[in-house]
Design a binder for this molecule. Structure first.
Ligand code: NCD
Length: 306
């Protein structure tokens, strides 16, 4: 049973095919409006979400399917102490595919080992978020025309930001990629990401605390929120939360075709004045996420039927 737990569960060729499907959905939405008729997606969200859950739900409805699920851990049997494994076995009796978000790293993986239907990781703790990466990849593809020879800057909370870890993993498979890691000392990318992904794939990278200094090199700038819910104390969060605020003066030396991304929710990291700049792509990313989730649901359901 094919599930999506980590972005590298998909080959670059599979990602290309999904991008092709997503672009076809954009051009011919009617063609897909009944593809999942009679199918059910279960959204099991043990952690808050606006975009990811609603994007999955909208994706399934636009494919003609139905959705069941919950959006808070305390409204599920997890509150009574049920294990993720048992929840996964139970939901397999009701639905055709699961999208699961969980505060514990590895929970969707455990679910995938126990479910008899495909499981999609919709974010596990500070670890991975592969479907956000699919949204990011479609955005980069549509803005830049491809994935090779790009310098991509990641800025903000690179330690706890799971979207960053997944996107670095995905980009490390293309050629001519350079990575610029911009964060406060305390929020640097975990060493396992540097060792297992960047160094292992010979990706040149630099680490800096200064966004303006590196701005002119960047083709893509991926801003992130400081992940308050993963901090051990509020004092550190308050000290670090406004480390980087992207505003128009900071973009003075940026490339004219820079692609500014953010997985959202934004707290303070990008001034609203930037929203009207043609380089701002973060709301396009939201829409792209729905199309890639449609392509993913189609792919996994098709494979499950084989
Ligand atoms: C991200 C997440 O949940 O990791 N949000 C999202 O799914 N678009 C980023 C975040 O919460 O900061």
């Amino acid at each position: 049973m094919k599930s999506l737990i980590d972005i590298i569960d998909l080959t670059p060729q599979e990602i290309d095919q999904m991008i092709e499907t997503a672009c076809d959905i954009i051009d011919n939405p009617k063609k897909y409006s009944e593809k999942c008729k009679g199918k059910k997606l279960a959204t099991l969200f043990f952690e808050p979400s606006t975009r990811t859950r609603l994007s999955f739900e909208a994706a399934m409805y636009e494919l003609g399917g139905n959705v069941i699920g919950f959006s808070e851990a305390n409204s599920s049997s997890a509150a009574k102490g049920e294990s993720v494994a048992d929840t996964a076995k139970t939901i397999s009796c009701y639905a055709d595919i699961i999208a699961m978000r969980h505060p514990k790293e590895g929970a969707p993986f455990v679910a995938s080992k126990n479910a008899s239907i495909p499981v999609i990781n919709a974010g596990d703790g500070g670890h991975n978020h592969p479907t956000q990466t699919l949204a990011d990849l479609l955005t980069i593809y549509r803005e830049k025309g491809g994935f090779n020879n790009l310098t991509i800057g990641f800025c903000g909370d690179l330690k706890f930001g799971r979207t960053v870890h997944s996107l670095i993993n995905a980009m490390a498979r293309y050629s001519g990629i350079k990575v610029v890691l911009i964060s406060p000392e305390e929020l640097k990318v975990p060493s396992y990401v540097k060792k297992n992904v960047l160094k292992a794939n010979d990706i040149p990278y630099i680490q800096t605390t200064n966004l303006e200094e590196v701005m002119p090199q960047l083709d893509v700038l991926y801003m992130t929120r400081v992940q308050r819910e993963r901090f051990f104390n509020e004092e550190d969060y308050l000290r670090l939360k406004d480390s980087y605020i992207l505003d128009l003066p900071k973009l003075a030396n940026a490339k004219e075709d820079l692609c500014i991304m953010h997985p959202l929710p934004r707290v303070n990291e990008i001034s609203v004045a930037v929203d009207d700049d043609p380089r701002a792509c973060y709301f396009k990313q939201v829409l792209n996420g729905k199309y890639m989730r449609m392509a993913l649901i189609l792919k996994l359901l098709e494979e499950a039927e084989k």
